[in-house]
Ligand binder design. Sequence first.
Ligand SMILES: NC(=O)c1ncn([C@@H]2O[C@H](COP(=O)(O)O)[C@@H](O)[C@H]2O)c1NC=O
Length: 530
Amino acid sequence: MRPDLVPVTRALLSVSDKTGLVDLATALAAMDIELVSTGGTAKALRDAGLAVRDVSELTNFPEMMDGRVKTLHPGVHGGLLALRDNDEHLAAMEAHGIAGIDLLVVNLYPFEATVAGGADYATCVENIDIGGPAMIRAAAKNHDFVNVVVDTADYAPLLAELEAGKGATTRGFRQKLAANAYARTAAYDAAVSGWMARAIGEEAPRRKAVAGTLAQTLRYGENPHQGAAFYTTGEARPGVATARQIQGKELSYNNINDTDAAFEAVAEFDAALGPACAIIKHANPCGVATGESLKAAYQAAFDCDRTSAFGGIIALNQTLDAETAAEIVRIFSEVVIAPDISDEAAAILAAKKNVRVLTTGGLPAPEAKGQVWKQVAGGYLVQDRDAGRVAMEDLKVVTRRKPSGEELSDMLFAWRVAKHVKSNAIVYARDGATVGIGAGQMSRVDSARIAARKGQDMAETLGLATSPTEGAVVASDAFFPFADGLMAAVAAGATAVIQPGGSMRDDEVIAAADEAGLAMVFTGMRHFRH
Ligand SMILES: NC(=O)c1ncn([C@@H]2O[C@H](COP(=O)(O)O)[C@@H](O)[C@H]2O)c1NC=O
């Protein structure tokens, strides 16, 4: 039976990130724990006036080859791996002069940050840590006797544990450290292998590792009986994972999912080209609009479907100002997310304590490449993020009537919104704002009917004489397989249609459009979203 409490007498510290190092080492030294270190770490400790042995004293080798070989030696690995209750192991230690190492503190060469900083291939390779992961894995394997710390966040808990145990730690504590240590080396190798696959242009490597860091444990998942947590991947894309929450309760699982959908949708609209707002419910937009001001954009988005907007997620593409904030607080919203917020707007929102407010520092570039994952039973699907964008010059007019300039700009707007609506997606728009959205139906005709009905609801709510779909444009995320979907749009009063084209019955659909006097353009690109 191995002891639960194991005293720490010697620590090996070898860290690239030296945050908190001196404080930790000072506290360890005060507990009479001997310190051993590699080059830069030893220097930092000596500079702080601490007594430290060089690792080369354990290995009887100098650190060499630009640091490629420093701790890769039985003098270190024997000290980490030896079972302290195994006579043979103890005899080997004795015979070879190996000193036991009871605590390993390592953080790795900053490979992930080096890649994120755009370093060249050779620099990235030099930043692949070899000795660090080797020691971490060895110490973690021997957690019955050895503690391994790989995160600066664990320095304080380690000192508290040593304090409570009068210089010793419990098995449970060491196991927890070991589990985290293996996750760290796995994440590190996931970063290295992912980078290398990208560097050599391998689109579907045989093995693909995904790593995340716990950002938040969640009260529950999509429903209260489901456990949940939020992990971040370290991708620098501005959004819900990298945002700063300036007020409000913790985000829930559904909040995070919806806020992501909202911010990705509003990012379709370049902040430099004018204000835009997207309001999301259950991951679908219930209103999206551009406007002369942010307030006007918010109001137009809200007007599209005031009923659904209640309790929604609001995303803005520009700094949230006071006059927009004053409008927003008139109803309850779960989350407001924007690149930034003015002090006055923050003060207005502060009065609504339940609203969660997030700032991201910027907008993600909609055309920025990246990959997205989706889980299925027993596996996961990986695909490129839908960074597809069509511009005015990509549109092909297929009807006799050419669209007007106004129709063209509304069609492009509707098309960008449709990309963020679950399929089948039908979006009516006019004057840079949605006026009817049909989402997530199994039949495109049903989506078209729902979108038209949403337009009628809007007319009723706002007291309009006619449905705003009369004279609007309509976007369809995929082609109309039959003319019936198009006829539903005609019935709702649409004057122009934007859709990918490519149906076997395109001729039929174009003929129906000509018959109804519509202008229709093909994008040549589909935006399914499931
Ligand atoms: N090669 C080795 O034997 C080796 N042993 C430890 N390291 C790393 O060297 C770094 C610390 O170096 P320094 O103390 O010189 O600043 C740590 O990130 C540690 O993980 C090594 N470096 C890379 O593999």
